[in-house]
Design a protein around this ligand. Structure first.
Ligand code: 9WN
Length: 439
């Protein structure tokens, strides 16, 4: 790359520094004052290039919240941040025999990007130090993946399920619309909660109140069942085999197998899980007509035909055949997403031509940098260079011209949600270092 990105890189580092809590990095200054699971993995990927100790600390502190059954919670609460809702008390995690008392956590998961982040630290860090970290974290990663394949894989097909939209990391994605609509709840069944998110960013950028009622209710299903996964599975009206989470699991298993080899441990279980999940993604969730992978609703036993960008992310884990990868690229290169021969930015989170598309409402259309980062790496893997280049350019242009935001309007590039957003900064840094754009 010829352009000088030193200033942009410094801005990104300043964002991470500003969000540093002393033990971990919060996703954004006001909206997200705690530690989030997949955010921390993306953030560690960014740090791995210039601050190995921070990268390690980030993951170490997240795994301090790991439950005894291996579950890595989606939030590890920061005791100093008092004004976030729903806070630690809402989750009632002490009902679980596995949850620890300190630090307090939520009771759900997020996509397992962690092994991928740990391998990144090894690849870019000082080897001797990284090896010590690998030894320390390997048993924790192993327990985490064992949890996923034991408790979230009831059909044995390697397609892990989520039991809350927050578990996918894509809160109000159109994927969940039908499943959430089916849940009819009496007002008494909705636990009391207060929304603070809409006091910080615009109402029009965030999920609706009807969605929040259901999010709160699904938390209650977890604690009412004492976080016993078998009981939750029988009781929970929302059980979905999600493409994004499963794609990330394939990649994480492949990376954990690499880590095992580095440590002279047995990589076989992780390779088997990766192969199993990848095979089922291909045989059960691929849709030939639309060149996309769709989620699967376990409650209705049916495919959810929602055309979201996450449906193309299997590229990131090398899941599709080359033929399918080319089809995916053709679909991306269309009016539904982002055409190469038109003025367009990166890939929006939802098909622009489908009902309910919104350029600003969170996971219903805006551009997210983490999804584009996965697509970029996937497209490069399949040598689909033209499209990969477009995605890369936008990933640089958006933060440079519009600020380091949580998400962006795909037409105007305007930033939405939280400003100074950590994973946007971290993945931008990853891109800049990988492309040797900064020294
Ligand atoms: C709920 C922190 C998190 C991300 C998610 C994103 C959003 C939380 C929220 O923020 O979710 O977990 O309050 O809406 O959807 O992907 O991890 O950045």
């Amino acid at each position: 790359m010829t352009e000088d990105y030193t200033d942009l890189a410094q801005q990104a580092k300043d964002v991470l520094e500003g969000n540093w809590l002393g033990h971990a990095t919060k996703p954004a200054p006001n909206l997200y004052p705690h530690q989030w699971s997949w955010d921390s993995a993306f953030i560690a990927i960014g740090y791995s290039h210039f601050n190995q100790s921070r990268a390690e600390k980030e993951l170490r502190s997240l795994f301090e919240g790991q439950w005894q059954n291996g579950l890595v919670p989606h939030i590890v609460f920061n005791p100093k941040a008092k004004d976030y809702s729903p806070g630690p008390e809402f989750w009632q995690t002490r009902r679980s025999p596995y949850a620890g008392r300190k630090p307090l956590t939520s009771g759900i998961i997020q996509p397992p990007v962690h092994a991928t982040a740990v391998l990144h630290i090894y690849e870019y860090g000082k080897k001797k130090r990284a090896l010590r970290f690998l030894k320390e974290i390997f048993p924790k990663l192993k327990a985490w993946h064992e949890y996923l394949y034991r408790d979230r894989n009831p059909d044995g097909d390697g397609l892990l399920y989520i039991r809350h939209p927050w578990e996918s990391g894509q809160d109000n994605s159109p994927i969940w619309d039908q499943a959430l609509k089916r849940i009819t709840i009496k007002p008494d069944d909705i636990p009391l909660y207060k929304r603070v998110d809409t006091e910080i960013v615009g109402n029009e950028d965030r999920p609706s109140n009807a969605e929040y009622d259901r999010y709160a209710y699904l938390v209650k299903v977890g604690y009412d069942n004492n976080y016993n996964e078998e009981r939750i599975r029988k009781d929970c009206p929302f059980l979905i085999k999600d493409v994004l989470l499963n794609t990330i699991a394939v990649k994480a298993n492949r990376d954990l197998a690499e880590i095992a080899l580095i440590l002279d441990k047995d990589p076989t279980p992780f390779i088997k899980w990766a192969d199993l999940t990848a095979r089922s993604l291909n045989t059960k969730l691929w849709n030939e007509e639309s060149s996309i992978y769709f989620d699967f609703d376990m409650t209705t036993n049916s495919i959810i035909e929602s055309h979201v960008a996450a449906g193309f992310t299997p590229l990131f884990a090398g899941v599709p055949s080359r033929e399918r990868a080319i089809k995916i690229c053709d679909r991306l290169n269309s009016n539904s997403f982002c055409r190469l021969d038109r003025v367009c930015l990166a890939v929006p989170s939802y098909d622009k031509e489908k009902p309910g598309f919104s350029p600003n409402r969170y996971w219903r259309g805006p551009i997210w940098i983490n999804v584009n980062w996965m697509l970029y790496r996937g497209l490069k893997h399949y040598a689909l260079h033209d499209y990969a280049e477009r995605v890369k350019k936008s990933m640089l242009k958006l933060p440079e011209e519009c600020g380091i935001y949580e998400y962006y309007d795909p037409d105007t590039g305007r930033g939405h949600g939280a400003d100074h957003f950590s994973w946007t900064a971290a993945l931008l840094l990853d891109l800049l270092y990988e492309e040797d754009a900064i020294v």
